[in-house]
Design a protein around this ligand. Structure first.
Ligand code: BGC
Length: 758
């Protein structure tokens, strides 16, 4: 494709280029030789539809490898693995001549109820950002673009196409945008997909602040902004705000609106030129990828899906080393999910898998006849349900199987109909019939392992009574084999939770502010999202953020923390695999700042790594905390600011399992605010340049505040309480107080001089 410029095109051609030709493709402009390109979902595999099209996962798509959705893959906490999976998805996209894969989705899991949590990585922005960037790098390494979505604050499905997420500046910047910022800056996705919702009252598809000021001016994004499918409210306002491409096609209706808006002067043609040029640039980028011949190496990608699924599994509990199982042990496998796996969520990300492994088959490959099976309960739409057997009959059969076995492995999970894109759950409970079967099994065989299949977190009321719990999330098409790998120990589990498992739904931070009403949802918990909330409130949780066990144990040495030449904090410690199996440990670094001037969670995750260690091996681990990640959003100056001070860095195996802490002094960013008559005495004293001038001028008074003798001693006894009180006293109100000689004009004059000096 020769270089094409928007200026070569007519007004109508430019308008046409900024909306889709149909459901999945952009428009060609044959006159200048500009081809059309295809975009398609995403994110955990390819959903390329060849026949009828939809965004709800209804019509079928070409077979593709179904890798673990983000809820699983994210539990690996391993950007290298996420990147490899991304590269494989990129290969599949290239074979199918898809230019852009619509993912990754990195929205924060604000509530456990969000129907789409299975598509997202975490309740924490560093985890979401690091893993999102890895996914983008992987897919784009194959010359295929990505679409980072859903930008922004799309944290629920309820009323998702209209609701306004009402978020204060600090949580918006520090929690909801931080991950997007990291992916944009680190991995340069070809496109960003704006979300359906409104943000603080403005449609994200037509928000100049979000799409231009933040995304482009602040973060330096130079790709294309595409609408979520059907997210455009007012196309002209959208293009003016920085939306480049409307998807899917509007049938020419909104193209005509753009043309009319340019003609009657409501939209500058140069703005349309910019959007059209970005569409041209996207097509040009896609055109650079050489054609990739198929066929897809189905076996190799299935093997990668199995490896990734093994790394996604989280061993939550393993009392008495009940796991791993020995091949000769008599095992009763119970639960329909073992034979009818639930391996992905519903909606636009639904993949047509190349094949699907059932855990039961994989377990039998190892345990043979030592493995018995009873479905225990029916899963809606499955073969057991179709058999018409009664709940009592299924349960009784399961009890007999458990009684006859050395170990019972009970597969529980959420029915597919309970979690999907497009709606939220209204509770976090497993179906009662499944819990009844589990209780009946436990009554005859306490040596019971629970294996879970769920896209969103579930309450685990049995956690104290069951010795071993395996969180199997949704693991993609090879999940069944991966579960067997972990249960028999071929794979040593290494996943950890990227979200908290709460005791009760009512404990979660968004409770009472979710899903909102009358078109608004208020993010009332502010910064205290996920573990930040449970820690700040001192609440018990069933399993904390960052938790996950292994069949080996890891010993942590003492941590040290230093600031490097770039201003980043480097945390170092020795990690030893103290057991007799090779394994991996996800190590985490959390940060606290005592006496901070702003509200903070007790501990915030700032860096992590998945470290592989052979049995007995010791290695020095360095975790780098980027200086920028220490920053809070300062609403006074509308920018990120690193507060100076002595930070505590906690090296931890989970958010509630701190192994070692170190202190490190970080130089702060300077924030200079002009002093006014409403500046507090505390502000004045703290001001680096103006402070001394004003202090000098007000002499005795300031001396009193800092503990020296003063003429104002009579009104301000030299004690801490009075100093605290005076610290918030606006300086302009001092006039007329006993011991203050200065006039209002004199103080004004002083502040002016001080500000000029600053
Ligand atoms: C979803 C997007 C998806 C798009 C295209 C929308 O409903 O929100 O995530 O990429 O459809 O299928």
């Amino acid at each position: 494709m020769t270089e094409i410029s928007a200026s070569d095109l007519t007004l109508e051609e430019k308008a046409s280029l900024t909306s889709g030709a149909d459901f999945w493709t952009t428009k060609a402009v044959d006159r200048v030789g500009l081809p059309s390109v295809m975009m398609t979902d995403g994110p955990h595999g390819l959903r390329k539809q060849s026949g009828s099209t939809d965004h709800l996962g209804l019509a079928t798509s070409v077979p593709a490898t179904c890798f673990p959705p983000a809820v699983g893959l994210g539990s690996s906490w391993d950007p290298e693995l996420v990147e490899r999976v991304g590269a494989a998805i990129g290969v599949e996209a290239a074979i199918e001549d898809v230019a852009v894969v619509l993912g990754p989705g990195i929205n924060i899991k604000r509530s456990p109820l969000c129907g789409r949590n299975f598509e997202y990585f975490s309740e924490d922005p560093i985890v979401s950002g690091v893993l999102g960037a890895a996914s983008v790098r992987g897919i784009q390494s194959q010359g295929v673009g990505t679409s980072l979505k859903h930008f922004a604050a799309n944290n629920q499905e309820f009323d998702r196409m209209r609701v306004s997420s009402d978020v204060d500046p600090r949580p918006l910047r520090e929690i909801y945008l931080r991950g997007f910022e990291r992916v944009v800056k680190d991995a340069a996705p070809w496109t960003v997909m704006c979300s359906y919702n409104r943000l603080n009252g403005v449609w994200t598809s037509e928000d100049p602040w979000l799409l231009t000021r933040v995304l482009r001016d602040e973060w330096g994004f130079d790709g294309l902004v595409v609408s979520d499918w059907g997210a455009v409210n007012d196309r002209v306002a959208g293009v003016a705000a920085g939306l480049d491409l409307e998807m899917p096609s509007s049938g020419g209706r909104t193209d005509a609106q753009l043309v009319a808006a340019v003609r009657d002067g409501r939209l500058q043609e140069s703005v349309l030129d910019t959007a059209a040029q970005r569409a041209i640039d996207l097509v040009a980028k896609a055109g650079k990828r050489p054609a990739v011949a198929g066929p897809l190496d189905v076996e190799a990608h299935h093997a990668l899906a199995r490896e990734a699924a093994g790394r996604s599994i989280v061993l939550l509990k393993n009392d008495g080393a009940l796991l791993p199982l020995a091949p000769a042990q008599r095992v009763a496998v119970i639960g329909a999910f073992a034979s009818e796996p639930r391996f992905q969520g519903a909606g636009s990300s639904l993949i047509n898998p190349t094949r699907v492994d059932a855990a039961l088959d994989a377990l039998r490959e190892v345990g043979g006849d030592a493995v018995s099976y009873a479905p225990g309960f029916a899963v809606e739409g499955g073969a057991v349900a179709a058999s018409g057997r009664s709940a009592d009959e299924l349960r009784d059969e399961a009890v007999e199987a458990a009684r006859a076995a050395e170990v019972a492995v009970v597969f529980l999970g959420l029915p597919a109909a309970e979690e999907s894109e497009g709606f939220d759950r209204d509770h976090i409970d497993l179906p009662a019939v499944q819990l009844e079967v589990l209780d009946a099994v436990l009554a005859v065989n306490p040596r019971t392992v629970v294996v879970l299949s769920n896209g969103g977190v579930v309450a685990l009321p049995f956690a104290d009574r069951v010795p071993a719990i395996v969180e199997g999330w949704l693991l993609g098409q090879a999940g069944g084999s991966a579960v067997a790998d972990v249960l028999y120990g071929a794979v040593n589990p290494s996943g950890k939770l990227t979200e908290t498992v709460p005791v009760r739904l009512e404990d979660n931070p968004s409770y009472g502010n979710f899903p909102g009403e009358f078109g608004h949802v208020r993010y009332g918990e502010g910064l205290l999202v996920g573990y930040r909330w449970y820690d700040a409130k001192g609440l018990d949780v069933t399993f904390p953020f960052g938790h996950g066990l292994s069949y080996t144990t890891f010993a942590y040495g003492d941590a040290t923390a230093t600031v490097d030449a770039d201003g980043d904090v480097v945390v170092s410690f020795e990690l030893t695999n103290a057991g007799d199996r090779d394994g991996r440990e996800v190590v985490q670094a959390y940060v606290s700042l005592d006496g901070s001037i702003v509200q903070r969670a007790p501990r915030e995750l700032k860096a992590f790594a998945s470290v592989a260690l052979a049995a007995g091996e010791t290695r020095t681990v360095d975790l780098v905390i980027r200086r920028q990640d220490l920053a809070y959003w300062d609403i006074r100056v509308d920018r990120f600011v690193v507060e100076g001070g002595e930070y505590t860095v906690h090296v931890a195996a989970s958010s509630r399992d701190i192994r070692s802490s170190a202190r490190v002094t970080v130089q702060g960013d300077e924030v200079r605010l002009p002093l006014t008559m409403n500046s507090s005495i505390g502000d004045v004293v703290a001001h680096p340049v103006a402070g001394p001038i004003v202090m000098g001028a007000l002499g005795g008074l300031m001396g009193e505040l800092t503990g020296a003798d003063s003429s104002a001693a009579s009104m301000m006894p030299n004690d801490e309480a009075m100093q605290k009180m005076m610290a918030s006293f606006p300086i302009g109100r001092l006039v007329g107080f006993p011991g203050i000689d200065a006039t209002y004009e004199q103080i004004e004059q002083l502040l002016a001089e001080a500000n000029a000096g600053a």
